[in-house]
Design a protein around this ligand. Structure first.
Ligand code: SIN
Ligand code: MN
Length: 280
């Protein structure tokens, strides 16, 4: 059985993204939020980077999904079967990250393509997919994801540094903004957006009273195995789990927070040509 409707697959190829509303239940998201917000290791691992306007973005990242609730989100059939249908290949976990966009202080993300960064990691093709899952409701006020619909058709554009972040070339973004409709990805907690690695996306700072945390799970196609080493893994078999494991592990206090966070401050950036960039 297909994990996706024909319409979702067409939207992905035509527009570079589609929404999967209520992909996760209120209970699953509650367990994820509760785990993540009380996870001392996640807080400790979070790296903070100047967004170039005075506020900072904070994120925690891990390369291997692990056996905790974060791993269950990124390994469950609901997500991985859909990604494999989009990639038309076996998918493996490239990394996941929690974007900790806190109330009042959460910083902005500059316009970028994920493949604008990942290209540096020895990936020949943009055969990757990101799945952003809303942990909190995302609105214009708290800095929801913004995308330029259809911009993945531009192919990869060059990225340069602004503050600590690498963003797509400003001149090209200005023209892209005229060529493609801007969409604010308003999401309820539990909604997901699947998006193409060449889709231009950004988000504004969170000046509201509400947090906007989001889990982003990123996958690479097995046939797109990187030709050189980087700070993200080469093909590693992804062991899928039943959808019910999300809640089962989420209720298991001893297990739910287990994952190995990457140390973003000491990443070996020699593998990238943007040595100081927020290259996630
Ligand atoms: C990202 O592109 O990795 C983060 C975007 C966001 O959280 O708004
Ligand atoms: Mn991104």
């Amino acid at each position: 059985m297909s994990a996706l409707s024909e319409q979702q697959i067409n939207e992905y190829h035509q527009h570079g993204y589609f929404f999967a509303r209520q992909l996760f239940s209120a209970e699953e998201i509650r367990l994820l939020r509760e785990t993540a917000t009380s996870d001392h290791a996640m807080d400790q691992a979070a790296s903070s980077r100047d967004d170039g306007t005075g506020t900072s973005v904070r994120l925690s990242l891990w390369n291997h999904p692990g056996e905790g609730i974060y791993g269950m989100f990124s390994r469950c059939h609901r997500v991985v079967d859909a990604v494999e249908e989009l990639l038309q290949d076996e998918a493996y976990h490239y990394h996941s990250k929690m974007i900790l966009k806190d109330a009042k202080v959460g910083g902005a993300w500059a316009w970028h393509q994920d493949y604008g960064y990942w290209y540096q990691n020895g990936l020949l093709f943009p055969d990757l997919c990101s799945v952003m899952i809303a942990v909190d409701e995302a609105t214009e006020e708290n800095g929801c994801l913004q995308i330029l619909r259809g911009s993945h058709r531009m192919g990869r554009v060059n990225h340069i540094l602004t503050g600590d972040q690498a963003g797509a070339e400003v001149e090209r973004v200005e023209h892209a903004e005229k060529a493609f409709p801007l969409v604010h990805c308003k999401m309820a907690a539990g909604d997901a957006v699947f998006f193409h690695p060449n889709l231009l996306h950004a988000s504004a700072a969170n000046l509201s009273d509400n947090p906007r945390w989001a889990l982003i799970c990123c996958y690479n196609a097995r046939s797109n195995n990187p030709y050189k080493e980087s700070h993200h893994p080469a093909y590693t078999k992804l062991h899928k789990v039943d959808d019910a494991m999300v809640a089962t592990v989420g209720r298991d206090d001893a297990r739910r927070a287990s994952v190995d966070f990457a140390n973003l401050e000491s990443n070996d950036r020699s593998a990238t040509s943007l040595p100081d960039a927020s290259e996630t």
